[in-house]
Design a binder for this molecule. Structure first.
Ligand SMILES: NC(=O)c1ccc[n+]([C@@H]2O[C@H](COP(=O)([O-])OP(=O)(O)OC[C@H]3O[C@@H](n4cnc5c(N)ncnc54)[C@H](OP(=O)(O)O)[C@@H]3O)[C@@H](O)[C@H]2O)c1
Length: 326
C-alpha cells in the first residue's frame, strides 16, 4: 500500500485530534505541520513526532514533501487556505463546514477542478462504523419507510465569548459550527432533497445564531426536526422514526451504540466503536482516493457538501444571519 504524506494546517483543538488519528492510521504518514507562528509549529511537530514544521501556511504549500493538506483553521479561512494548497497542486481535506456559503464552496470546487486535485470535506462522522451500520439498518427495511428524524447538537460555551465560533467574520454561529452535523445526519437517512425549510433562532449581539431550531420537509415526505446551539446545553441525541419502529442514538451524527425499537420485539442494542478517535476512517478514505487517483470521494461527494451548504445558506437567510463574505 502506497503511503500518503499528510500536512496539517493550523495547530488548534481539532488539529491535535487529527494528528493523533493520523499517527494511528495505516498507510498515512504525518510529514509536516504549518502554523502562523514558527514556535507553535515546532512545538506541535515535536509533540506528534512530525519531521517538518513551517512558520507560515505558504511555506508548507510550496513544500513538495506532502501529498495532501488537512485544513484545521476557523471556517472563515477554509476557502482561502484550501485554494492556496490546491494552487500548489496539493490535495485537500477541509474541516467542516467546508466554507461559509455556497459561493465560497463553488470557488473551492472550481480550484480543485482547475488544478486537477482531490478535495473532500472532513465530514468524518459519515465514515464511522456507527453511521455505516445505521445506513445498513435503514436500507434493510426493518424500520419501514423513514417518516421522522430528530437530531440535536447543542452545547454551552458562554464562558468563551471571544472564541471565533461567535465571530461573524469567521462564520460564527451554531448552524455552521454544529448544525451541519444535524443537517448531514438528517440528509443521510431521509435520503431525499428538501422541499421546505423553516427556521427560528436566537441571535447574539454580534448577529450570529446562538440557538436555532429548524424543520425540514423532504421531497419523499420525511420530516426532520433539528436543533443546534452554543449557549444552551441539550442532550446530543437523535432518532429515526420509521413505519415499523424507531432507532435511538446518542451523539446522533457519529454514534457508537444503536438502540433499535421494533414494536412487539425486545430492544436491540448494537455496539459500533470507533477504530481510534473517530478520525481514522476519513484519513483512510481520503488516502485511498489519492492512491486510486480520484479527485472526489464517492461517499463524501462535492454534491453532498453543496446540498448541506445550500440548506445552511437558506437557514441563515430565514433567521437573518449575514457574514461579511455573503
Ligand atoms: N471535526 C470535528 O469534530 C471538529 C471539531 C471542532 C472543530 N472543527 C472545525 O475545525 C476548525 C478549527 O476549529 P478548532 O476548534 O480546532 O479551532 P482552534 O482551536 O481555534 O484552532 C484553529 C487554528 O487555526 C489557526 N488559525 C489561523 N488563523 C486563525 C485566526 N485568525 N484565528 C484563530 N486561529 C487561526 C491557528 O493555528 P496556528 O496559529 O498554528 O496557525 C489555530 O490554532 C473549524 O472549522 C471547526 O468547525 C471540527
Amino acid at each position: 500500500m502506497k503511503t500518503i504524506r499528510w500536512g496539517i494546517v493550523g495547530t488548534g483543538t481539532i488539529a491535535n485530534r487529527f494528528a493523533q488519528a493520523c499517527n494511528n492510521t495505516p498507510g498515512a504518514q504525518l510529514v509536516a505541520v504549518a502554523s502562523r507562528n514558527k514556535k507553535k509549529g515546532a512545538f506541535f511537530a515535536e509533540k506528534y513526532n512530525i519531521p517538518y514544521s513551517f512558520g507560515s501556511y505558504e511555506e508548507m504549500a510550496a513544500f513538495d514533501g506532502i501529498d495532501i493538506a488537512y485544513i484545521a483553521t476557523p471556517h472563515g479561512l477554509h476557502a482561502d487556505n484550501a485554494i492556496l494548497f490546491m494552487n500548489h497542486k496539493k490535495a485537500v481535506l477541509s474541516e467542516k463546514p467546508i466554507t461559509l456559503n455556497i459561493s465560497e464552496l463553488e470557488r473551492m470546487i472550481a480550484a480543485a477542478k482547475e488544478n486537477d486535485v482531490f478535495l473532500m470535506e472532513a465530514m468524518w462522522a459519515r465514515l464511522v462504523p456507527g453511521t455505516k451500520k445505521l445506513i445498513e439498518i435503514v436500507e434493510s427495511g426493518i424500520l419501514g419507510k423513514i417518516k421522522g428524524i430528530q437530531s440535536t447538537f447543542s452545547y454551552d460555551m458562554t464562558d468563551e465569548p471571544e472564541h471565533h465560533a461567535f465571530d461573524p467574520q469567521y462564520g460564527g454561529g451554531s448552524i455552521l459550527d454544529v448544525g451541519c452535523y444535524c443537517l448531514s445526519f438528517a440528509s443521510w437517512y431521509a435520503n431525499s432533497e428538501p422541499e421546505k425549510i423553516l427556521a427560528v433562532a436566537e441571535l447574539s449581539e454580534k448577529g450570529v445564531d446562538i440557538h436555532s431550531c429548524y424543520l425540514i420537509k423532504y421531497k419523499n415526505g420525511a420530516i426532520a426536526s433539528l436543533s443546534s446551539g452554543m449557549t444552551v446545553r441539550k442532550p446530543n441525541e437523535g432518532y429515526l422514526f420509521g413505519e415499523k419502529g424507531y432507532v435511538y442514538v446518542e451523539r446522533s451524527y457519529a454514534p457508537q451504540e444503536i438502540e433499535i425499537h421494533i414494536e412487539g420485539k425486545e430492544v436491540e442494542k448494537i455496539s459500533c466503536p470507533y477504530f481510534g478517535n473517530g478520525f481514522e476512517e476519513q484519513i483512510m478514505e481520503a488516502s485511498e482516493c489519492l492512491r486510486q487517483g480520484k479527485k472526489e470521494s464517492d461517499i463524501i461527494t462535492h454534491d453532498q457538501s453543496r446540498l448541506i451548504m445550500h440548506q445552511m445558506d437558506e437557514l441563515r437567510r430565514q433567521i437573518g444571519v449575514k457574514y461579511p463574505v455573503d
